[in-house]
Structure formats: structure tokens, C-alpha cells
Design a protein around this ligand. Structure first.
Ligand code: NDP
Ligand code: 8X3
Length: 277
């Protein structure tokens, strides 16, 4: 089983999703990606599908996710399960993830990726609802998803990969609560690694700098002029760069766990220092 980078000789208990590879019937691995309808989540789904993994993909926007799924199934012939829910909705997260069909329970990797920034405003002007949405999505949503699938991850001696940010390493002006949620992702990742150690579950936090996705369009609430300005004058990371990194991190040998990884484009030195020639 695991016809790619087969590094975790786990004993999958419920697995029954097979694919043909090298003239052998092999059991494909499973990655669950939250926030797979665009950006990093979508690129990671494509990367893992190209390597033969089956995918559980989640998002709120049904039509967007359906396009991703159709495209991937056509191109790579892997199996997918799409689940539409809001990670802020505790009940919905547990209803969908705790009761996964048996053949989808053998999850090898959980990628906690769903997240967003809303606004970039000074503390005194920032909107309380924006703050609450960021906390409920980036922090509470990550906790709910992790808890809901934890029994499956433990059964596989699997891997939790959390998407943090350089904003979780440094606080920048007007970043206030977005930075706080990503600092929390940093802390929760450390906590998960310690607490889940005895289950031999790997935990990795990946902290990207600027990646050109819909992130800034969402942050600036559809203002494409402000969003485009974030990536102007230098070459930012692409979603595919992060997907490649996640692939690498998820396929290290069994005895190796990358704990914490900060990745920026070459032009970026930290959250606030970008060389624009
Ligand atoms: P995108 O806006 O392109 O993608 C965000 C994804 O998260 C979408 O699939 C969206 O799906 C999903 N999502 C957002 N809110 C929810 C929710 N409440 N419930 C379920 N899904 C949700 O941005 P990115 O791909 O760039 O962002 C992905 C992650 O990467 C985020 O955690 C972000 O903070 C982080 N990050 C991004 C960086 C960047 O520069 N782009 C840098 C560092 C970190 P839908 O709207 O359909 O629900
Ligand atoms: C996204 C990167 O610099 O906008 O987390 O905070 S930044």
C-alpha cells in the first residue's frame, strides 16, 4: 500500500480504497484538506492527486469545490469525497467528519488550511465581526476539524499539517487579530506535537509569507486594486510552491518529522520586509 513515498507502514484498519499501480492493486493514501476550493488547498489537492492519493476536500462554496473535484477526477482518476460545511460551525464539522463513511476513515494526513484575513485596520478601527470570523475560522475551525478526525489520524499514526503564516511569527502593523490567530496556530501545533507524541502522530506547522491567491481579495473584501498592490513589484510565492512543500513534508521517512517550516519568496525577508527592486 501507499505507492508513493511509502514511509509510514501503518496498519490501516478500515481502508478499502484501492488503485492499480505498477501492475499491482495498491491501497491509496488519503489526505483531508480543509479549504480546498481555492488557493493553497486547491493546489495541494491537485499535487496529491497527481501522486495517486485519494482526497477528502472541504469548503463552503459548493460550485467552486465541484469544479476542483471534477477537474481532478478527470485528470488523475483518483477518488474524492467533497464535503460542504463552514469550519466555524462546530456541529456541522463534527457531523461531517466524525461520521465519515468507513472507506474514508483511514486518513493519513489532515491539512488544516481553511482560513482567512479580514481587513487590515488599526486596532481602534478594526471591525469586531471581522475579528470574530478570523478567530472562529483560523483557530476554532482548526481545533474542531482536528478533534473530529483525531481518532482516525491516531489509528493511522497519521500526520496533522497546520497552515500558519509568517503573521504567526511576527506581528505587523494593522495585522492585530489575523496575526493573533496565526500565533495561535503556531502554539496549537506545538501543543498537538507534544500531546500526540505517544500516539506517534506527526504534527507540522507550515508558515508561508506572501502567496498570490484569493487571500488578499478576501482580506480587502473584493478591492482588487488593494489586493493586487500586495503582490506588485516582486515575484511572490505561488500556491503550487506551498503544495510542493506540503508534499515533501508529508513524505519524509517514518522517523523524521518536520516540526516548523517558514517559507517565503526570495524577495521576502520577513512579514514586513519585501525587496521590490
Ligand atoms: P484562499 O482565499 O485562496 O483560500 C481559502 C480557502 O479557505 C478557500 O478554499 C475557502 O473556501 C476556505 N475557507 C475560508 N473560510 C472558510 C470557512 N469558514 N469554512 C470552510 N472553508 C473556509 O486563500 P489561501 O489559499 O491563500 O489561504 C489558505 C490558508 O493559507 C489560510 O489559512 C491563510 O491564512 C493561509 N496563508 C495564506 C497566505 C497567503 O499569502 N495567501 C500566507 C500565509 C498563510 P470557501 O470560501 O469555499 O469556504
Ligand atoms: C498571509 C501573509 O503577510 O498577509 O498570512 O500576513 S500576510
Amino acid at each position: 500500500y501507499g505507492h508513493v513515498g511509502s514511509n509510514r507502514p501503518s496498519e490501516p484498519s478500515n481502508a478499502s480504497i484501492y488503485s492499480r499501480s505498477h501492475n499491482k492493486i495498491t491501497m491509496s493514501k488519503i489526505i483531508l484538506i480543509t479549504g480546498a476550493s481555492s488557493g493553497l488547498g486547491k493546489a495541494t489537492a491537485e499535487k496529491f492527486a497527481a501522486e495517486g492519493w485519494n482526497l477528502i476536500l472541504t469548503a463552503r462554496r459548493k460550485e467552486k469545490l465541484a469544479v476542483v473535484v471534477n477537474d481532478i477526477e478527470k485528470k488523475y482518476g483518483v477518488k474524492t469525497l467533497s464535503l460542504i460545511f463552514d469550519v466555524q460551525d462546530k456541529k456541522a464539522v463534527f457531523e461531517h467528519l466524525e461520521k465519515l463513511p468507513k472507506e474514508w476513515q483511514a486518513i493519513n494526513v489532515l491539512l488544516n488550511n481553511a482560513g482567512l484575513a479580514l481587513g487590515r485596520d488599526p486596532f481602534e478601527e478594526a471591525n469586531l465581526e471581522d475579528w470574530e470570523t478570523m478567530i472562529d475560522t483560523n483557530l476554532k475551525g482548526l481545533l474542531y476539524a482536528s478533534k473530529a478526525v483525531l481518532p482516525f489520524i491516531i489509528a493511522q499514526k497519521g500526520h496533522i499539517i497546520n497552515i500558519g503564516s509568517t503573521a504567526g511569527k511576527e506581528v505587523y502593523k494593522d495585522g492585530n487579530v489575523y496575526c493573533a490567530t496565526k500565533h495561535a496556530v503556531d502554539a496549537i501545533s506545538k501543543a498537538q506535537r507534544i500531546d500526540l507524541l505517544h500516539h506517534q502522530v506527526k504534527v507540522t506547522a507550515i508558515h508561508p509569507g506572501a502567496v498570490e491567491t484569493d487571500f488578499s481579495i478576501v482580506r480587502f473584501k473584493g478591492d482588487t486594486t488593494k489586493a493586487d498592490a500586495v503582490y506588485a513589484g516582486y515575484t511572490p510565492l505561488k500556491a503550487e510552491d506551498i503544495a510542493d512543500t506540503i508534499w515533501y513534508v508529508a513524505n519524509t521517512p517514518e522517523h523524521v518529522c518536520i516540526n516548523d517550516l517558514v517559507i517565503t519568496c526570495t524577495a521576502q525577508g520577513n512579514s514586513t520586509t519585501i525587496f521590490k527592486g
